[in-house]
Structures are given as structure tokens and as C-alpha cells.
Design a protein around this ligand. Structure first.
Ligand code: NAD
Length: 281
């Protein structure tokens, strides 16, 4: 039987509607949730992502500011911008769009963001909170994956979840969230041996590799839940990390586009409202 296609667009639309309602209430109470995005340079994909984030804020009724810095901007200039946003009481969430140009120290910039405004959840304080099971900002993409599983009532407790990819942005926080939801978690990466064998044991597979068609039908246990985080450009089209033939064998599958990507922005808006609440509203 063909897999149930998880409709990320529909789930995200529901979240966005709720968020817009909560935003209206906050505005009535005198505070306008505001996200500040720092964009350095001309990276084409980053420009698109930032535009999408601005549009999403506008549609939700939130304020947003994009601070654009030249490709050759200095570390000091970038850090001054972040410090200014930390101090600005009208800004609730701060996001520095990654990747930064190679001459800039990404880790130092992320460290500088006020952890209570860190809506991307990349500050070490927030990754530490996630690891320790404390409340904090959770990176938007893995948080969105958890919300998709919840939306489809897909059980996680006691299941074997295999995460392919170990980045700080997706793979590692994904593994932590699945662990917190009582899954038995295996993390695979570029040095993993017998990857196919491991993935074949999974009840839930999360692919966050960045290689088109990496996960093939022969690697999937019949009925498994397959979450495709990948965004790859092939001949002008956007495709995921999972070969579409997997739909013939999986129980559930997220499409690309129309799956996880839709949830990432919804969770960014969600985290921005959380930041407002953290500030006592
Ligand atoms: P990354 O490049 O930082 O990490 C990729 C991971 O894949 C690494 O941990 C690496 O060990 C692993 N890997 C690479 N080759 C492998 C192999 N042959 N076998 C097993 N593992 C291998 O990328 P990332 O930031 O984690 O993103 C992963 C993918 O998800 C990319 O396609 C990215 O565009 C996409 N992404 C999507 C969203 C979204 O909103 N849908 C958000 C973030 C990232």
C-alpha cells in the first residue's frame, strides 16, 4: 500500500492561523511581537529564506526587521548589530541567517545572541537546555518534525528512530527531541558503517543529509515513517533526500516540497511568540 503523504502545508497553515490569533491578542494587550533577522552578504538561498520569513511575519501580523550587511562586513560590525538587538526592548526574537561568509566567526556570533531572544535555538545555552530536558528555544526544523508526528498521531514512545545527519541545526537536536519523546534513537552520519542495515531497522527515519535521493526503497522497513528534511536543487527543481519510490513501501512520508520545510517557518513564528511570553507578556 502506498504511504500516507504527510501534508506539511496543511499542518503549518493551522499553526500559522493559531499564531496569527495569538499575535492579535498580544497586540491588543500592547505588545507587537517582533523578529529581527540579520543577513550578511548576497547568498541567493539565504535571500529567499529571509524573504519568506519576512512574509510569514507580515501574514501573522508580527513586526519584522531585516538588517542587511555587506558581504565583507567585519566581525566587529556584525557583533555590534547583534548587541544592539539584544538591548532593543522592541525586538523579541533575533535570528542571524546562516551560513555567514567564511571570514566571519559564526560560533562567536551565535554565542553573542541573548539566549532569551535566540528563536533559532542555536545558542549553546539553548542546546544545553534541550539536552538537559529544560525549557528553552528548540531549533525550528526538528521542532517542526515533532509537530508533524503529533499532528498525524504517530507514536514515538519505544520506537526505533534513526536520524541520518548530525548537524547542530537538524540532526543533533532532532535526536534529542526524539529521545525526549521516549524513542530509542540511533544517529547515522558520513562515517557510519552499514548505514542501510541500520536504517532498515527503523520505525521512524529522519533524513537530514543534503543529498538528493539518498534514502532508497531497499533501505526502508515496510510501514516505516519517513521524514525527509533534505532540500536539494536538481535541474532547477527542489527535491528531498528520500527517493520518491520510498512511498511504495513506507507507512508515512513527507513530500519535498510541501513537508518539513513548511513547518520550519511556522515554528520560527511560534518561537517568536514564546520569546514575547518569556519577556513577561
Ligand atoms: P549539514 O551539511 O550540516 O549536515 C549534513 C549531515 O549529513 C552531516 O551530519 C553528515 O554527517 C551527514 N552525511 C553527509 N553525507 C552522508 C553520508 N554519505 N551518509 C550518511 N550521512 C551523511 O546539513 P544540515 O544543515 O543538517 O541540513 C541537511 C539537509 O536538510 C540539507 O539538505 C538542508 O538543505 C536541509 N534543511 C532543510 C530545512 C527545512 O526547513 N526543510 C532546514 C534545515 C536544513
Amino acid at each position: 500500500m502506498a504511504a500516507v503523504m504527510i501534508d506539511g502545508r496543511a499542518v503549518a497553515a493551522k499553526w500559522k492561523e493559531e499564531i496569527a490569533g495569538q499575535t492579535r491578542e498580544m497586540i491588543e494587550r500592547g505588545v507587537t511581537p517582533h523578529l529581527a533577522v540579520v543577513l550578511v552578504g548576497e547568498n541567493a538561498a539565504s535571500q529567499v529564506y529571509v524573504r519568506n520569513k519576512e512574509n510569514a511575519c507580515r501574514k501573522a501580523g508580527m513586526g519584522s526587521t531585516v538588517i542587511r550587511l555587506e558581504e565583507d562586513c567585519s566581525q566587529q560590525a556584525l557583533e555590534e548589530v547583534v548587541k544592539g538587538l539584544n538591548q532593543d526592548p522592541a525586538v523579541h526574537g533575533i535570528l542571524v541567517q546562516l551560513p555567514l561568509p567564511a571570514h566571519l566567526d559564526e560560533a562567536a556570533v551565535l554565542r553573542l545572541i541573548d539566549p532569551d531572544k535566540d528563536v533559532d535555538g542555536f545558542h549553546a545555552m539553548n542546546s544545553g537546555r534541550l539536552m538537559n530536558g529544560q525549557k528553552g528555544f528548540v531549533p525550528c526544523t526538528p521542532l517542526g518534525v515533532m509537530k508533524l508526528l503529533e499532528a498525524y498521531d504517530i507514536p514515538v514512545r519505544g520506537k526505533h528512530a534513526v536520524v541520518i545527519g548530525r548537524s547542530n541545526i537538524v540532526g543533533k537536536p532532532m535526536a534529542m527531541l526524539l529521545l525526549a519523546a521516549d524513542a530509542t534513537v540511533t544517529v547515522c552520519h558520513s562515517r557510519t558503517q552499514n548505514l542501510s542495515e541500520i536504517v532498515r531497522q527503523a520505525d521512524i527515519v529522519v533524513a537530514a543529509v543534503g543529498r538528493a535521493g539518498f534514502v532508497t526503497k531497499d533501505m526502508i522497513k515496510p510501514g516505516a515513517v519517513v521524514i525527509d528534511v533534505g532540500i536539494n536543487r536538481v535541474d532547477g527543481a527542489i527535491v528531498g533526500d528520500v527517493d520518491p519510490e520510498v512511498a511504495q513501501k513506507a507507512g508515512y512520508l513527507t513530500p519535498v516540497p510541501g513537508g518539513v520545510g513548511q513547518m520550519t517557518i511556522a515554528m520560527l513564528l511560534h518561537n517568536t511568540l514564546e520569546a514575547v511570553r518569556l519577556h513577561g507578556w
